[in-house]
Write a protein that binds this ligand. Structure first.
Ligand SMILES: *[C@@H]1O[C@H](CO)[C@@H](O)[C@H](O)[C@H]1NC(C)=O
Ligand SMILES: *[C@@H]1O[C@H](CO)[C@@H](O)[C@H](O)[C@H]1NC(C)=O
Ligand SMILES: *[C@@H]1O[C@H](CO)[C@@H](O)[C@H](O)[C@H]1NC(C)=O
Ligand SMILES: *[C@@H]1O[C@H](CO)[C@@H](O)[C@H](O)[C@H]1NC(C)=O
Ligand SMILES: *[C@@H]1O[C@H](CO)[C@@H](O)[C@H](O)[C@H]1NC(C)=O
Ligand SMILES: *[C@@H]1O[C@H](CO)[C@@H](O)[C@H](O)[C@H]1NC(C)=O
Ligand SMILES: *[C@@H]1O[C@H](CO)[C@@H](O)[C@H](O)[C@H]1NC(C)=O
Ligand SMILES: *[C@@H]1O[C@H](CO)[C@@H](O)[C@H](O)[C@H]1NC(C)=O
Length: 412
């Protein structure tokens, strides 16, 4: 008796450890807005210099507050230790002149085969403990005609699709090589390209923010951790034209990421991939409702990208409607190369999908299947199940109906 009791305790303890590890390892709580070092009022003209000067001379640990009016600005850099605060009712608009964002090759605002000609509207680079705060709005103005062009950034993105190449558009917020970064409460709208992207950043909290763009706005990704560790994305509302969240691993691994208590409307779902050659592991997605995204859970790679995806846990997800509530594919867009992707220890607990959809699980081969565990996963009658090289433990329970209710993940 005593021995088996001890054994059980040990098992529970081990389970707790492994569960605790598969997420942001920090203890993350709701961020606190920093005190201000300066408070600015919009002039109605180009305020780039005024805002940048205030940021550059702000005391570390404090924030430059944009406190009234509508600001127009070109690209801004938030220095290490400094924060930008956009107060409630205030909007910071990105000027639409592509030459302001150009990285030197005079390609920003044009199409070519690279698509990397612009700097972001807001850049945080090599910083420690910086952030963006406030209940105001940062507007990328991608729906507005560019200066010197006869089209908007989003129209340029659509042209790229037709031309089969890439648009050179700015990201709205780009964080690189940084640590302890916070993005809190802010509303980010109309991004010309990816909305909020972090590269190689360790310790990144995205809490209570709103991201909006029309569903037709190409490549407007919501939050993209790329080669990042210790990330929490919580209490957010995201509705735009691409992946609501996309975890990638281009130049380093992405690990220990928590996606908690979010509501996603339009978009392409919670994605891992496809640019993941360095692997993604220890991701915990819990309490997320999705209403209208093309996909729910999407993990995508192929032999061109490769990448090991391991220890990914989804818990308490509800999908109102999605074409593909679950889409795990190792042959994404049929791109082939000489890398070997692996999808192991993917666990989906307590999921409910209210409308019929297509469930796709495609592994690579008999010896390299997608390995997934389903626990209490309820799907609607009439759903389709497409499986190939899928090692599934557990099964789909086909009993949910559109009369069911999701409850609501606790956003804001
Ligand atoms: C992640 O957070 C844990 C806990 O604070 C810390 O020990 C670890 O070094 C962090 N990892 C990285 C890559 O910063
Ligand atoms: C997180 O909190 C737990 C419980 O209070 C504590 O044991 C642990 O050391 C904390 N971890 C970090 C990285 O602060
Ligand atoms: C662009 O979008 C903003 C906010 O979403 C809206 O207020 C504005 O009218 C739009 N402008 C154009 C030219 O469509
Ligand atoms: C701008 O585009 C509109 C249609 O989108 C077209 O009618 C107009 O002639 C164009 N103007 C110039 C200067 O190219
Ligand atoms: C940020 O990182 C990306 C990916 O490594 C790189 O392409 C880009 O040039 C970097 N940007 C800055 C401002 O350092
Ligand atoms: C998920 O939501 C439940 C109910 O609101 C809450 O008790 C739980 O702490 C949440 N889980 C996480 C990981 O935030
Ligand atoms: C889901 O989306 C539909 C269509 O936009 C909307 O009518 C409905 O209110 C949304 N439900 C929730 C809970 O967000
Ligand atoms: C399928 O997954 C189980 C673990 O859930 C593992 O024991 C088994 O070896 C896997 N089979 C293949 C062919 O990978």
């Amino acid at each position: 008796m005593i021995e088996s009791h001890k054994f059980l305790v040990t098992l529970i303890f081990l389970a707790l450890i492994s569960c605790g590890a598969a997420r942001d390892l920090r203890n993350v709580t709701e961020p606190k807005t920093p005190e201000t070092c300066a408070s600015l009022k919009a002039t109605g003209g180009d305020d780039t210099k005024v805002i940048q000067k205030a940021l550059d001379s702000c005391t570390k640990g404090k924030a430059v507050a944009l406190s009234s009016g509508t600001f127009y600005s070109g690209p801004l850099t938030i220095p290490s230790g400094v924060n930008l605060l956009v107060d409630e009712g205030v909007t910071l608009k990105a000027l639409t002149d592509p030459s302001l964002y150009d990285l030197g090759a005079k390609t920003c605002g044009t199409l070519n085969e690279f698509g990397v000609g612009c700097k972001a509207f807001i850049t945080i680079h090599g910083a420690k403990s910086s952030g963006i705060y406030g209940k105001g709005t940062i507007d990328g103005q991608a729906n507005v005609t560019m200066v010197g062009k006869n089209k908007t950034w989003w129209e340029l993105s659509n042209d790229a699709l037709v031309a089969g190449n890439y648009q050179n558009n700015p990201m709205l917020v780009q964080i690189n090589d940084s640590a302890d970064i916070t993005v809190y409460q802010i509303t980010l709208i109309n991004s010309p390209f990816y909305t909020l992207t972090g590269y190689e950043t360790n310790g990144w909290t995205v809490w209570g923010i709103t991201i909006l763009a029309p569903t037709t706005a190409r490549n407007t990704d919501g939050v993209d951790p790329i080669g990042c560790q210790n990330v929490t994305i919580a209490h957010c509302y995201i509705s735009m034209g691409d992946d609501n969240v996309a975890i990638k691993a281009l130049t380093g691994p992405s690990r220990h990421i928590s996606v908690l208590n979010n509501h996603f409307d339009e978009g392409r779902g919670i994605s891992i991939g496809s640019e993941i050659p360095h692997g993604v592991s220890d991701v915990y997605v819990a309490n997320v409702t999705l209403n209208g995204s093309v996909n729910g859970i999407h993990i995508k790679s192929n032999t061109y990208r490769g990448g090991h995806v391991r220890d990914i846990t989804y818990d308490n997800l509800c999908v109102y409607r999605a074409q593909h509530p679950i889409y795990l594919e190792m042959d994404y867009v049929h791109l082939h190369g000489n890398r070997t992707p692996e999808f192991r220890r993917i666990t989906i607990n307590n999921m409910k999908a209210l409308k019929k959809g297509e469930y796709i699980i495609y592994g690579l081969s008999e010896s390299n299947p997608v390995q997934v565990t389903l626990n209490n996963v309820h799907v609607a009658k009439g759903s389709a199940f497409l499986e190939r090289f899928a090692n599934i433990t557990g099964k789909f329970i086909i009993d949910s109906t559109s009369e069911d209710r999701c409850g609501y993940a606790g956003i804001h």
